[in-house]
Design a protein around this ligand. Structure first.
Ligand SMILES: [Zn+2]
Length: 123
């Protein structure tokens, strides 16, 4: 199957712009599709923007920021209250790809992937 043009665009964004650059919601959807395939994730991946007022914090009050992923064997949903970056998407999808990893293992692997994107040798 030929690669959709949109995925090529996402690859260009990833390769030539900072992985911490905020993406539009549409770019975030495409980046999630790109990384889902790159990480060989079986689940369908959905990106869903939610309001901070849907998020209750440790103080028991709504209005908290959140980026997180909820997944089962069929579906992974990345919830976010602010614009996602490539780094966010890589991080959340590494959780899905590696359910047994601790948060610090995911953080470490995310850093490795992000640094590899910034390398001039990564193409
Ligand atoms: Zn995490």
């Amino acid at each position: 199957m030929p690669e959709p043009e949109s995925l090529q665009y996402v690859h260009t964004v990833i390769s030539y712009r900072a992985p911490f650059h905020p993406l539009t919601d549409h770019q975030a959807q495409e980046a999630a599709r790109y990384w889902r395939r790159r990480f060989s994730i079986a689940q369908h991946v959905v990106v869903e923007r939610i309001s901070r007022f849907q998020v209750t914090g440790e103080d028991g009050h709504p209005g908290w920021p959140l980026i997180g992923v909820v997944y089962d064997t069929d579906l992974a949903t990345i919830y976010h209250t602010r614009a996602l970056t490539v780094e966010d998407i890589v991080h959340e999808l590494l959780h899905v790809q590696n359910p047994s990893w601790s948060e610090s293992e995911v953080v470490h692997a995310t850093g490795w992937v992000v640094r590899s994107l910034k390398s001039p040798l990564s193409g």
